[in-house]
Design a protein around this ligand. Structure first.
Ligand SMILES: [Fe+2]
Ligand SMILES: [Fe+2]
Length: 143
């Protein structure tokens, strides 16, 4: 079944909620990290925030450009005080985000929105970088 503009806009709003969730999650984890790697993890999570905010900005602008209304809701945030669990939560979220953007690329393509498709592919590049960085941190984890 062909994608409709309404389905695409619903999807982009879901993506926007997830980007806001990522901003809150990373801000919270940066503050909650403890132990010998606290400073390192704090810096790592803080460094992700501008990327996720940039994604939110792009999505909100695009939703308006396509005739929609950008959501103001973030998806619920899962908190933990365990450093490793923070990275696992972040890893899961980044993986799910990549899957959603891959679906969005297909929808944009079906609607003939080439520029949106290309920009979504750029987001996939960013999120894949995030995911791989987290994977390297989770490797040989000793704490
Ligand atoms: Fe993002
Ligand atoms: Fe990300």
């Amino acid at each position: 079944m062909a994608t409709t503009m309404e389905e695409l806009l619903d999807g982009l709003n879901r993506d926007l909620s997830a980007e806001y969730q990522a901003v809150i999650t990373y801000r919270s984890f940066a503050s909650l990290a403890t132990g010998p790697y606290r400073q390192e993890l704090r810096q790592f999570f803080e460094d992700e925030i501008p990327d996720e905010l940039g994604h939110a900005q792009f999505l909100a602008d695009k939703i308006v450009a396509l005739g929609g209304t950008p959501t103001t809701e973030a998806l619920p945030v899962t908190l933990t005080r365990d450093n490793r669990e923070m990275l696992e939560i972040a890893h899961r979220a980044e993986s799910e985000t990549i899957e959603r953007y891959e679906k969005r690329v297909r929808q944009a393509e079906e609607l003939g929105l080439t520029a949106l498709k290309v920009r979504l592919e750029d987001l996939i590049v960013d999120e894949t970088d995030h995911k791989e960085e987290i994977e390297r941190r989770l490797k040989n984890w000793k704490e």
